[in-house]
Every structure is written in C-alpha cells, then in structure tokens.
Design a protein around this ligand. Structure first.
Ligand SMILES: [Zn+2]
Length: 187
C-alpha cells in the first residue's frame, strides 16, 4: 500500500515536472494564468481581491492584490487558462501613458529570475499588490527530485548486486560474499 502510494505520488510529481518544463518553454511565447477575483460591493466603493498564478518570461508568479475603487463597477469573476489579451506578465505593469496606473510606491527586487513586487496605488484606485516570481526550471527541479530519488534507489541496488558490491554501502564483497565487513549487512 505504501509502495503504491509512493509510486503514484512520485509519478504525479514527475508529470507535473514535465508540465512545468513545457510551461517554461511556452512562457517565452505566451503567458498562462489561473486565478480568481472576489469583489465585495460596499455602499460607495468596491473592494476586489485577486489571487492568481501566472507564467511569463521563464518564471511563475504568485500574485495577490487588494483594490478599492470608488464606484460600483461590476467585475466578473474569472477562472481559466490564458484569458484573452494576456501575453506575458510584466514585473511592473505600469502604463506610462496612464497616470492612474502609476504606483505611489514600488519595491522591485529581482535576481536571476526571482523577483518580488510590492506596490501601493493611491490615485483612482486604492490598491496594494504583492507578487513573487520564481524561475520555472527551479519548480521543475523541485518536482523532479522525489521521483529521481525513488527511481534511482532500485537502479543503484541492481547495479551493486551485479558488481558484487554491498547493496547497503557499496563495499566490495568479492572476498566476503556472506556478510559485509564494512557495515555488517547480512546477504
Ligand atoms: Zn555494506
């Protein structure tokens, strides 16, 4: 039962690793996004919370924003992949032609595909934005590690048995085929 669970979960992680590798290549061409917006209508303002995960330019971004705006415009919730109009995300998606989108304060930190974004807007909208970007190859690597460990174990064991080495520690057992003098493993 444990073995089936381990094989199933590592296979699933391996599939996810392959999927993120695919997303990495795709992210240079187009972005993908899943997320949701929750909007509450108050007496004379709307408050929207957005939580989304999107890809672009080799990275994956976790995005959170809280926006309050002084009207009752209805924003429709979305849930899907690659909404129309989304090509790639930008760490700072500021439109220089539109002063309403200029953040009052912005902290952008980026290093080798990692990035952190923090913005507050106090113009038309009262907004706070938090976002973190991680390079997709790192996600692929982390997802692949469990399956590599699980699949490399039997491979190493078979190779040691073939070469008359101790399956536990790799010590040469040609002189002592019954018991490993190094670690005491009984064969
Ligand atoms: Zn041994």
């Amino acid at each position: 039962m444990l073995r089936i669970t381990v094989i199933t979960s590592t296979s699933l992680l391996a599939l996810l690793a392959i999927a993120t590798a695919g997303l990495w290549g795709r992210s240079f061409w187009t972005g993908d996004q899943v997320g949701g917006i929750l909007t509450r209508h108050l007496t004379n303002e709307c408050v929207s919370w957005t939580l989304s995960v999107d890809t672009g330019r080799g990275g994956v971004r976790l995005y959170y924003s809280r926006v309050a705006y002084p009207d009752t415009a209805v924003s429709r919730p979305y849930w899907g992949l690659n909404p129309p109009g989304l090509r790639t995300f930008h760490i700072a998606y500021v439109n220089p032609q539109n002063p309403a989108t200029q953040p009052n304060s912005r902290q952008i930190w980026s290093f080798f595909g990692f990035a952190r974004q923090y913005e507050t807007w106090k113009n038309f909208q009262d907004a706070t934005v938090h976002a973190y970007v991680v390079p997709l190859p790192l996600v692929t690597l982390l997802l692949a590690i469990p399956s590599m460990l699980v699949w490399l174990g039997p491979y190493r064991r078979a190779r040691r048995l073939r070469n008359n080495l101790c399956v536990k520690c790799g010590y040469d057992l040609r002189a002592t085929p019954d018991r490993c003098p190094e670690c005491g493993e009984v064969l």
